[in-house]
Design a protein around this ligand. Structure first.
Ligand code: URP
Ligand code: ZN
Ligand code: ZN
Ligand code: ZN
Length: 468
């Protein structure tokens, strides 16, 4: 038994002084003056206590463009824990004309006995046919995978056509799952990319210039309309720009069940950083790309007003030396993605809460609670209440620190936010009642994280009512 004393408990709805009693892996009680008899006491004076972060968007040990992400389920999840994240949902990539179960087994093998924190999978849908239709109910019932990802970009690699997206939406509605989209118009981007290369425009900045915000807005609007037509549900990953935010806002106003996620990189970095000399810009090649600075304010407004509801990291790290440089002479060969899993919560706290853009309760909603509700993890995860898993972050708001590759816990050779000063730090982190981070040390063990089977979408009426 453990008692966390004297902390300030923060949930998506409330902020209050309370002690937390933990028995085995669960929270047993939250209240004032809980007896400490026979308990191990953790003093949290002057600290906030947040529900463990839930990162709904990671790519660990993922193959991309002839290489594999530097961080895997071991290094990536330890780094996540240092940042206050105790659950991730990683994207399981499928291959056309192969059983979905093959891909799921590959992802189990990547993660089993490695993860430091709890984890689950989303499943990519690249094609729709009788085999896929037959397998989907088993994926949901046996694996507890209740969210499917469709790529509208990466032509000739991951991209699915509109018929596939539409059928996935219809099937998801029937089976109780959430469809996720990478929303960019892949055909238009393919055309713009070929034209750039013909004109010898090969530097990293052309990655951004060939993927304009309109291509993201268009795909976001198209996916939202198809969702309304199918009377289904949609979650748009990594929203970067005003164009896409507007589409989500309008769809929601019309009553469509559409949700949006943004990521820390789009909140604090802008496109100008991709124009640096010595190929440095390659560190910041994401799809969708970083945008002009004006878009950052639209994203912050959307987080504040509820037009965007979650913050995912889109963790997808490649070394600058040896991986990003595959694209030295051709930006299309730069592996897409960056290291963000560790700093996701810190950035939102420091840039969001401390700068008065969002409240402390919104911070919890955006980093944990909303993802738990959308992805079938709530109330086991995503809140601080009797009966919930004791996934807890004891957060010191008074620490100032500088984000850096020198101090991060990822394996990758650079930090995307190098030099950014942030306030606050996850000092002590508990996973299901066990301390896994304290005194700047990882004190958990490899494989401590468990695979989580998730509930179906809409298992809580609350999620739909809240939105309308
Ligand atoms: O550039 C990115 N975002 N890489 C990861 C794959 C994806 O599209 O989410
Ligand atoms: Zn399995
Ligand atoms: Zn994507
Ligand atoms: Zn991603």
């Amino acid at each position: 038994m453990k008692i966390i004393k004297n902390g300030i408990v923060v949930t998506a709805s409330d902020t209050f002084q309370a002690d937390i009693k933990i028995v085995d892996d669960k929270i047993e009680a939250v209240g004032l003056g809980l007896s400490t008899e026979g308990a191990e006491v953790i003093d949290a004076s002057g600290r906030y206590i947040f529900p463990g972060g839930i990162d709904p968007h990671t790519h660990l040990d993922m193959p991309f463009g002839g290489t594999v992400t530097k961080d895997d389920f071991e290094t990536g999840t330890v780094a996540a824990a240092f940042g206050g994240t105790t659950t991730i949902i990683d994207f399981c990539l499928t291959e056309k004309s192969k059983p979905l179960s093959d891909a799921i087994e590959v992802w189990h093998n990547k993660s089993k006995d490695k993860a430091a924190i709890d984890y689950s999978f989303h499943l990519m849908i690249g094609e729709m046919n009788d085999h896929v239709l037959k397998e989907l109910p088993q994926v949901i019932e046996q694996e507890g995978i209740t969210s499917f990802k469709v790529f509208m970009a990466y032509k000739n690699v991951f991209q699915a056509d509109d018929a596939t997206l539409f059928q996935t939406l219809i099937k998801a509605k029937e089976l109780g799952s959430l469809v996720m989209v990478h929303a960019e118009n892949g055909d238009v981007i393919d055309y713009l990319t070929k034209k750039a290369l013909q004109n010898d425009q090969t530097a990293p900045i052309y990655h951004a210039l060939t993927r304009p915000p309109e291509a993201e807005g268009e795909a976001t609007g198209r996916a939202s309309q198809l969702t309304a037509l199918a009377d289904s549900q949609l979650y748009v990953v990594h929203v970067t720009c005003e164009d896409a935010v507007k589409q989500i806002e309008e769809a929601r106003k019309r009553g469509a069940d559409v949700w949006g996620e943004t990521c820390p990189q789009y909140l604090v970095l802008d496109q100008s950083i991709m124009d640096q000399p010595d190929f440095e810009g390659a560190k910041y090649v994401w799809s969708p790309p970083l945008r002009e600075k004006k878009h950052q304010e639209s994203l912050w407004n959307a987080l504040r007003t509820g037009s965007l509801q979650t913050l995912g990291s889109d963790q997808c790290s490649f070394d600058f030396n040896g991986q990003k440089d595959l694209g030295k002479d051709d930006f299309t060969k730069i592996p897409n993605g960056g290291p963000t899993i560790e700093d996701r919560m810190s950035i939102l706290y420091s840039e969001g809460v401390c700068k008065g853009r969002i409240t402390l309760n919104q911070f919890v909603e955006l980093t944990s609670t909303r993802a738990a509700k959308l992805f079938g993890l709530h109330p086991k995860k995503g809140t601080i209440a009797a009966g919930a898993d004791a996934d807890l972050v004891i957060f010191n708001p008074d620490v100032m620190r500088t984000l850096s590759q020198k101090t991060h816990h990822l394996a990758v050779d650079y930090n995307a936010f190098e030099g950014l000063e942030v306030s606050g730090k996850a000092e002590t982190v508990l996973l299901r009642g066990q301390v896994i981070v304290e005194n700047d040390q990882y004190v958990g063990h490899k494989g401590q994280g468990e695979y989580i089977k998730r509930a179906k979408y809409g298992h809580q009426l609350e999620s739909k009512v809240a939105q309308r």
